[in-house]
Design a protein around this ligand. Structure first.
Ligand SMILES: C[S@@+](CC[C@H](N)C(=O)[O-])C[C@H]1O[C@@H](n2cnc3c(N)ncnc32)[C@H](O)[C@@H]1O
Length: 270
């Protein structure tokens, strides 16, 4: 399938199973294919281009070049996160969400400063969560150890529990089949106070399907997409294995080690 077929034209091609479906599609095209008010929560980790443009060493980019080339297994296509595209994306997110529901949007520091303010135009921003990755990563000045998650609401909805801190200490994955694969526990933390069993969770930047596994674990269904064919395959095989055998084949071990401040997650996982 060519990129133009992924971006426009006929409906997205998808894979599905009991309680999940994932489409090979651009995020905005996929969201446009969903009916109004058809999902209960969006938890997503977009591939921003902002940080990649800012962080460079000499002529090389700090994280290497991104390709939309399935033969290159290391990197992937970026979302072209101009303010216009990001606003269109947020507008579609707002349209497909039911009223009185939550959205969680992950950000690196650069994109948070440039695009984060746009969220207020569509949603009621409630707070900024810090994901502490526990172990150091790369960094030009300070070594990076955290990412941000904006928590916002369409309408009104309180969290269903009051014991969740706004700093989440969840170890980054040291080896994983997909670049920038996030721990399932980051998405489980997003769902912990925001969903009821039976809710539909949506992630339009599904990657390896970590958000899908968190959704299935919480008794929810999942709909999502990714522009990368490889990501769609990983998500589909991961969801199938989880539904059939109850195992997470792409993150076999928990990224949380039972700290007091993350008890809201470890208790659920036990
Ligand atoms: C940061 S990764 C998500 C990783 C995911 N959270 C995980 O744990 O595996 C962002 C994803 O966005 C996808 N992507 C980039 N541009 C896109 C677009 N326009 N529409 C949909 N997906 C896109 C990339 O292929 C990549 O898989």
């Amino acid at each position: 399938m060519t990129e133009s077929q992924v971006m426009e034209g006929s409906p997205p091609i998808e894979q599905s199973g009991p309680g999940w479906r994932v489409a090979h599609s651009d995020c905005i095209r996929f969201l446009k294919s969903l009916p109004d008010e058809s999902v209960d929560i969006i938890t997503t980790d977009p591939a921003y281009s902002g940080m990649n443009q800012h962080l460079s060493f000499g002529e090389g980019r700090i994280v290497g070049r991104y390709h939309n080339n399935e033969a290159n297994e290391h990197w992937f296509e970026e979302f072209h996160d101009t303010p216009e595209n990001y606003s269109a994306f947020l507008g579609e997110c707002h349209r497909v969400m039911r009223r009185d529901r939550h959205i969680y949007l992950m950000f690196d520091s650069f994109s948070l400063l440039t695009l984060g303010p746009l969220i207020r135009e569509k949603f009621d921003v409630k707070c900024l969560i810090v994901w502490d990755k526990v172990n150091l990563g790369m960094g030009h000045h300070f070594r990076r150890r955290h990412e941000h998650i904006v928590f916002a609401c369409k309408g009104k909805r309180p969290l269903s529990r009051r014991d969740i801190p706004d700093v989440w200490s969840i170890k980054r994955l040291s080896s994983a089949p997909y670049p920038t694969q996030k721990p399932v526990e980051v998405f489980s933390a997003m769902l912990a106070g925001s969903v009821e069993p039976g809710f539909t969770v949506c992630d339009p930047f599904a990657g390896s399907g970590s958000s899908a596994i968190a959704a299935l674990r919480a008794g929810c269904s999942f709909v999502g997409c990714d522009i990368s064919e490889r990501a769609v395959s990983l998500t589909a095989e991961r969801c199938s294995a989880f539904v059939e055998r109850g195992v997470d084949i792409h993150q076999p071990r928990s990224a949380v080690d039972g700290q007091i401040k993350m008890r809201f997650l470890t208790e659920e996982a036990d």
